[in-house]
Structures are given as structure tokens and as C-alpha cells.
Design a protein around this ligand. Structure first.
Ligand SMILES: [Fe+2]
Length: 197
């Protein structure tokens, strides 16, 4: 749903996060679908490792990125008609850093009407759909992630019938906005996503 605003959270809450335990408790309570939960954990791992390896952030910053990934679809399972609004309001009520809430609010600009602005926003948007497509690809390979190559993923990206619900336009748009490309992203995702189960 369109969120109808661009400001999220309270600037006074800058630097505040949930603890890992609190975030996992929220995830378990809200997301009953194991496949969706896995998707969120995979995106969380990508965000964390990208923050550490590519953005030069430390543990605290990396946890903020990871938390955005971990909770970005938290309301999709039980409240699809309130998708994004409900989790945004929940995190605002819990006084979470506005940057994390903005990243979640802007992870689908075409759906929520919020433009990705920060590095965190843009990478969450970029990883989301691509992560889903690569996971779908791993499920159809007898070897799963083992031996997976970017070449195979590129073929699936071109095949519009494969994982047809994954928006190729969003992937392109995300890469353009974040200044990344498949050469960088595909090996990175294969490496870090395969470790999450
Ligand atoms: Fe997602």
C-alpha cells in the first residue's frame, strides 16, 4: 500500500535499534511462513555483509542494516493489505532509528511511494528481488547453491517465465540507483546467501 508520507520515525531516536533477541521475537511472532522467514534472514545476511565489506561499517552500523533486512517484510504474511504500513508503525512505536524505518518504507518505491535515499535504502531495494530469484534458482538445482554460477542466474533473469513474480524492472532500477551491477552482486549473493538456512 502507498504510505503517503516520506518522514518516518523520530530524529531523537537516531541510533536506537532493537536487540537481536527482540528482532527475532518480532519476526517469529509476525511471520509464520517459513519460506518468507528464510527470505528475510537471507536479505538480512546480505545487508549485514554488504555493510561490513562494502560500506566499511562496524558492528553497530552493520546490525542496523541487518535489522532492516530482517524485518522488511514482517507484516506481509499476516497483514498483506497493510504491507509496510504495519511494520513501519510498529518500529516507530518502539522508537527505532528513523534510518532503519526509512529503509523498510522505501524497499519497493513502486508499491509504497517512498523513494530510496540512503545507501541502506538503496541496497535493501536492490537485494530484495534478486535474492528471491536466486533462492528460487537454488531450489530447482539438485545441488542447491553448490557450484552455482552467475551465468546460470543471468539466464534465469532473462527467462521471464522463471520466478515470474520477481520484478526484473525493480532489479534494474535498484542497481541503477545503488550504482551496483550483476558482476558485483551475483557472486556476493551466492556467497552470503548460501550460508543462511
Ligand atoms: Fe522481501
Amino acid at each position: 500500500m502507498l504510505l503517503g508520507r516520506n518522514q518516518f520515525g523520530d530524529p531523537g531516536d537516531k541510533g536506537r535499534t532493537l536487540t537481536r533477541e527482540e528482532a527475532n521475537t518480532l519476526l517469529d511472532a509476525w511471520v509464520l511462513n517459513d519460506r518468507l522467514k528464510l527470505h528475510m534472514k537471507q536479505v538480512a545476511a546480505l545487508m549485514r555483509n554488504w555493510a561490513l565489506e562494502r560500506e566499511g561499517l562496524g558492528e553497530e552500523g552493520a546490525w542496523a542494516w541487518e535489522m532492516a533486512g530482517l524485518l522488511h517484510d514482517a507484516d506481509w504474511d499476516q497483514w498483506p493489505d497493510q504491507h509496510c504500513k504495519k511494520i513501519v508503525e510498529e518500529l516507530e512505536a518502539r522508537h527505532v532509528d528513523p534510518e532503519i524505518i526509512h529503509a523498510i518504507a522505501s524497499h519497493g518505491p513502486a508499491h509504497f511511494g517512498v523513494e530510496p535515499e540512503s545507501r541502506m535504502d538503496k541496497m535493501l531495494y536492490t537485494f530484495d528481488e534478486l535474492s528471491g530469484l536466486i533462492h528460487a534458482y537454488s531450489l530447482m538445482r539438485p545441488e542447491g547453491y553448490a557450484g552455482m554460477e552467475p551465468k546460470g542466474i543471468k539466464k534465469r533473469l532473462k527467462d521471464k517465465a522463471f520466478a515470474a513474480n520477481v520484478s526484473r524492472d525493480d532489479i534494474q532500477d535498484g542497481m541503477q540507483r545503488s550504482g551496483t551491477d550483476l558482476e558485483i552482486l551475483l557472486p556476493f549473493i551466492i556467497q552470503h546467501q548460501s550460508a543462511v538456512s
